[in-house]
Design a binder for this molecule. Structure first.
Ligand code: HEM
Length: 366
């Protein structure tokens, strides 16, 4: 009986090790190809999204979030469930940012658009989702060409795109010319470690201090190597979250940086900002709204980022928010402050905030 148990144990051990080795040696994932062949497939999702009829994009103010809190600094994932209706948003920055996208795609394509083998299905599925959402949510602005239903009209820019096979541009390029967000696709096991998520495709018009060309193909932990405390505080929970993420629970998170000019296409790290003669009028709050969702067919994770720039002086009219922002900046540990480039804008901000908040009494201390 004991011999049987030992034999059984050994067999189990060999099978487990064999399976592990087999998974590690796997080549980059090739996902089943499911071409977009009919317009019905494109409109089959987002049935629960409420259409906004007569939406005037030029009259819609942008919605820069104020993701600062006055308490103790916390390095946390900070994610919450996102409402399906507000997955993708449009506002009065649309035309200007579309022009920037066009300029960058024309002149700096490799800087904004990268895609690697194995990401084809995920990129197509991303476009499919975006088209389905936009035509449902903003039917006056995004609609099929009456002449040929295989083409989608962007009613804001007047551009027309073929959105079924064969596509005429890369799917992420088409998607970039429809939405205001940047798009990143992460695929589990698309690299040496079967448990890790790797960045396999991206359109990034507003990188927050990083070069897409360098980081394409990297796993999540490596992308975050410049981020203080990521390894100790966030690596494990984020990786687990990614592995377990369900199609049915899209989430969002917000963050902010500060910068000393209005550059959206910011590839240089913030810590490298030049600090000479900065005026408070130059200082911008760079707010990001990030959403994450798992795509049902390719199983890729789609990480989208909308970036807003607001001159910090605009906070003069919202003292409560300014007060909390100042607290949050003061609470940053030194290494985080350095990473966020506080050396370049910190003193100018402090002096200005001191004056603005001289008579301000916070109603509830937080
Ligand atoms: C729940 C998921 C994620 C969390 C909690 C997270 C967290 C963070 C944090 C804390 C930072 C530092 C800036 C800040 O937010 O204060 C950061 C920076 C960054 N994150 Fe993430 N992140 C997540 C997902 C992703 C994904 C999917 C990508 C894929 C492209 C990504 C790319 C970056 C990049 C490129 C930076 C800038 C790194 C640099 O400064 O060079 N993040 N992230």
């Amino acid at each position: 009986m004991t011999n049987y148990a030992i034999c059984f144990g050994l067999v189990l051990l060999v099978v487990t090790i064999g399976l592990k080795l087999f998974r590690r040696g796997r080549p980059v994932v090739t996902l089943p190809v499911k071409p977009i062949t009919s317009t019905e497939e494109l409109i089959s999702t987002f049935d629960s999204v409420s259409p906004v009829i007569g939406f005037n994009v030029d009259a819609q103010p942008s919605h820069p979030y104020a993701p600062w809190s006055g308490g103790k600094f916390q390095m946390a994932m900070g994610i919450r469930r996102t409402q399906e209706d507000s997955w993708l948003m449009l506002d009065n920055r649309y035309r200007e940012e579309q022009s920037l996208r066009e300029r960058l795609l024309d002149n700096e394509k490799a800087g904004v658009l990268q895609y690697l083998d194995g990401s084809e299905d995920a990129c197509r599925e991303t476009l499919e989702h975006i088209v389905a959402f936009l035509t449902r949510r903003f039917p006056d602005l995004f609609f099929r060409s009456p002449k040929d239903l295989n083409y989608l009209c962007n009613g804001i820019t007047g551009a027309v795109f073929r959105v079924v096979d064969p596509l005429e541009q890369h799917p992420l390029e088409i998607a970039a010319r429809l939405v205001m967000e940047d798009m990143n696709l992460l695929i589990q096991g698309a690299g040496p470690d079967p448990d890790e998520h790797y960045l396999r495709a991206s359109f990034s018009m507003a990188p927050a201090g990083w070069y897409l060309k360098d980081r394409i193909g990297w796993p999540l932990w490596q992308i975050h190597t410049p981020v203080p405390m990521w390894e100790e505080k966030l690596r494990k929970p984020v990786e687990k979250y990614f592995r377990d993420m369900k199609v049915s629970t899209p989430v969002e998170r917000m963050n902010f940086f500060m910068q000393t000019d209005k550059t959206l296409f910011q590839q240089e790290p913030f810590a490298a900002q030049r600090a000479e003669n900065v005026k408070i009028q130059d200082v911008q709050v760079r707010h990001e709204r990030q959403t994450l969702r798992r795509l049902p067919q390719s199983r890729a994770i789609l990480f989208m980022v909308r970036t807003y720039l607001t001159p910090v002086v605009e906070l003069a009219s919202n003292k409560a928010s300014l007060y909390t922002l100042r607290k949050s900046i003061r609470a940053m540990p030194e290494e985080m402050a350095k990473y966020k480039g506080r050396e370049a804008w910190g003193d100018v901000f402090e002096k200005w905030a001191e004056r603005e908040l001289a008579d301000y009494e916070p109603s509830v201390e937080c």
